[in-house]
Write a protein that binds this ligand. Structure first.
Ligand code: SF4
Length: 278
């Protein structure tokens, strides 16, 4: 079996910063609570639980005056207000690239521009950005959602989640522009560089292998987009947390690509490589 290790892969800057912040809190002897998952990766969450980090779904579960970590995905202003009301001490791991989208949402709203936000309904990042101006943002996931956008607004702008499928998002924006030719877009695209280059690398590798393994969790948006990218390029794509989840047929391939999502630790890739080589 020929194995192609795809690069770039693994931790992006935002994930690394979030993990560093949590490690620093633990090193200082703090008892950190984390709202939702610090990053979307099962192995990482389990490791931090072992170290005493407490993950919560809502702030009501956090005792007043405790340390609360906001994940790389960011939170809404409403969540920040709740934290302040409970006198929680905030350790903010929101990725700067997600913060940029929050700032764009605030600026467009001030200008009276209606925002079309392309993202995933249940994702924390989408909830955080839409929380900046819920009355002024319409979240859409696919072309059929365009019907949900209120007509007759003065101006329209588009913002996106940072981890979307680059090609699909471009197609959806092209559809929007057929209706709103003057649709405003940020100067610098919201889909982040880390997401873009990982998708490009998978697409390139897909032309040379029969299947691609993506190490990452099912709820990791950027990992799921890598799986979609490989599949769209005609490649069999496996998204697994670790090599133990691979099906037996995996050893039958002659040429296979191996990569990981932006929140998956490299040692899981190396474990998988070793498994494939034996
Ligand atoms: S995927 Fe992009 S936006 Fe999300 S944490 Fe990483 S660098 Fe930041």
């Amino acid at each position: 079996m020929k194995i192609e290790l795809i690069t770039p892969r693994g931790f992006c800057r935002g994930v690394q910063n979030a993990l560093d912040l949590l490690d620093k809190a633990l090193a200082q002897g703090l008892q950190p609570y984390v709202l939702n998952e610090i990053v979307h990766n099962k192995t990482i969450i389990a490791a931090y639980q072992q170290k005493g980090v407490i993950f919560v779904k809502d702030l009501q579960s956090v005792p007043p005056h405790s340390y609360i970590v906001f994940s790389a995905h960011g939170v809404s202003p409403g969540t920040r207000s709740q934290a302040a009301a409970r006198k929680l001490k905030i350790l903010d791991a929101t990725c700067p690239l997600v913060k940029k989208v929050h700032q764009e949402a605030v600026a467009y709203t001030r200008q009276g521009t209606h925002i079309i936000y392309i993202g995933h309904q249940k994702h924390e990042e989408a909830a955080g950005v839409c929380g900046e101006a819920p009355q002024n943002i319409t979240l859409i996931e696919k072309a059929s959602d365009i019907a949900l956008i209120p007509r007759g607004q003065k101006q329209y702008a588009v913002l996106t989640q940072t981890t979307l499928n680059v090609k699909e998002t471009a197609r959806l924006i092209a559809e929007l522009k057929k209706i709103w030719p003057h649709l405003r877009e940020p100067d610098k695209k919201d889909i982040c560089h880390a997401t873009t280059v990982r998708q490009e690398a998978v697409q390139k590798a897909a032309a040379q292998v029969e299947a691609i393994i993506i190490i990452g969790s099912q709820n990791s948006s950027n990992s799921a987009r890598l799986q979609e990218t490989a599949a769209a390029a005609g490649c069999r794509a496996y998204l697994v947390d670790n090599y133990r989840e691979l099906p037996p047929e995996i050893k039958q391939y002659q040429r296979i690509g191996l990569t990981s999502g932006a929140s998956a630790p490299e040692y899981l890739v190396q474990e998988c490589l070793e498994f494939l080589q034996t």
